[in-house]
Design a protein around this ligand. Structure first.
Ligand SMILES: [Zn+2]
Length: 129
């Protein structure tokens, strides 16, 4: 509603805009995965349109210091590390994930090398026969 709209008696009406409180913003930015309709239950007094409008102006995902880890949901995202912030992971979960990835890459590499060696051995056998 237009805040400068005149009431019937000619007086200016009070603006109806309710400013977002810090608690509301924290709730909004700690649940970027939820849709605006789902957020209505968490933010009483806010409509889905108001929530999506606020997300458009403030950004939905780029608040790593407010967002909780996507894995443990307990610790804030490691904002200093851009990779961890992009993955929405806290420091511990990010380091666990990186260790897992390195271990998986090593496993894959060993498998690839053994396949290569087997293929070369078979090629050598075929040449000699
Ligand atoms: Zn975590």
């Amino acid at each position: 509603m237009n805040p400068k709209a005149k009431a019937q008696n000619g007086a200016f009406t009070k603006p109806t805009y309710n400013y977002w409180t810090e608690d509301e913003l924290n709730i909004l930015f700690t649940h970027p995965e939820l849709s605006a309709k789902a957020m209505v239950e968490l933010l009483p007094g806010r409509t889905a349109e108001a929530i999506s409008c606020k997300r458009k102006s403030e950004g939905r995902w780029n608040h790593p210091e407010r967002v909780l880890c996507a894995v443990c949901h307990q610790r804030p995202v490691w904002a200093e590390c851009t990779k961890a912030a992009k993955m929405l992971l806290c420091k511990g979960c990010y380091l666990d994930e990186q260790e897992k990835r390195v271990a998986e890459a090593n496993r894959h590499n060993a498998l690839r090398q053994s396949e290569f060696k087997l293929r070369k051995r078979l090629e050598k056998q075929n040449k000699t026969v």
